[in-house]
Write a protein that binds this ligand. Sequence first.
Ligand SMILES: Cc1ncc(COP(=O)(O)O)c(C=O)c1O
Length: 412
Amino acid sequence: MIRLDVDFVRKQFPSFQFEEVVGNGFFENAGGSFMSKQVIERLTRYHNQRRVQPYWVFNSSKLAGEEMDESRSRMAALLNVSNSSLHFGPSTSQNTYVLANAFKDLQTDRKVIIVTNQDHEANSGVWRRLKNFGYTVKEWKVRKNTGSLVLDDLIKILDKDVCLVTFPHCSNIIGEINPVEKICELSKENGSYTCVDGVSYVPHSFPNIKKIGCDIYMFSTYKTYGPHLGIMYVDENLNRLLPVQGHYFNAKDPTKTLTPAGPDHAQIASVAGIVDYIEEIDRHHFKDNEEIATHLKAERIGKLQREAESEILLPLFNFLKQKKGVKILGNMDLSIDKKVPTISIDIKGDVDGVVQQLNKKGLMAGSGDFYAVRLLESLGIELPAGVLRLSFVHYTKSKEIDSLIEALDQIL
Ligand SMILES: Cc1ncc(COP(=O)(O)O)c(C=O)c1O
């Protein structure tokens, strides 16, 4: 059985050379990951050797444009989608803002939008505001004891008036992975579009978007080892129906209709570095790297990532489960298709104080609502104190988990 070589993985991240950056363990990865060296190299090359303005005839500008195009085609191949269905925006919040604006003027008889109260606010508030523009907003509510979204509850509100179903691939608080394919299948059968927030999922495995079958899929590359951008997939047929949000004379270019903010050329050019990173990890673990499609590499590396993460999640979970005064939020199923390593706990006390004490021990984590206020409210969590969130990814080592457990045992 092939296991992820975590030491090799860590060599791809310059941050691990800096003690002050990595400390004894970094557990705020759901907020933002370290950047891989492949991304840093491309970003540096762009700033040193390319023109700010790409696509002119002079060589430095031509190369700049080619690198941006390379990012588009290689990221599209990783996600198994067409080149012109990808959009590079400044962030996921900005992307949903623009999308919701486009839905305001969409010609449709279906005037219901389904939102959840499990989402980060980025995939919630903008859709809820459409109630001022002729839509009725219905909430697919989490179950109060678990924070889970249950399919039966969606089915009860999914009728022929529903235009769009918005939901997270995975919660940024309880780490629960939702059955995206099933939700998209049900919605499609009903004639409704789907908008999936993949921000909390993609750091743990790049998805096969075609297989998911959604109309919109979004994630933020500063959490997937890359630059601070939001990448958005929008089905090309849907894009054709959405009113243009960019300049009118660019209306015929599908890659320019949903990104009114001018593109950050250097950052877009560096996105190919994320694909280089996955390729590098794949080449290290599998001999047939040259022969298989990029999205299949994403799938098998995703599996290695998920297995490595689950293995070290178990001891942390078991420790927290038996610790007095600690309540783990969410479902208790740790299978690799059910939970990513993002654990939030309610300690009903000075949670900020715990964060400070962890920090003194070189262990970095955060507390609060993480912009999932609606979820925390429904789970009865005291705000603004919120929860202690502990999140890691595949580059985390089991010795860092051991240090975290030891520290929490002393502090809590
Ligand atoms: C699940 C989830 N969705 C959306 C966002 C917003 O992403 P961005 O910062 O790119 O706007 C975040 C940010 O933390 C998130 O965790």
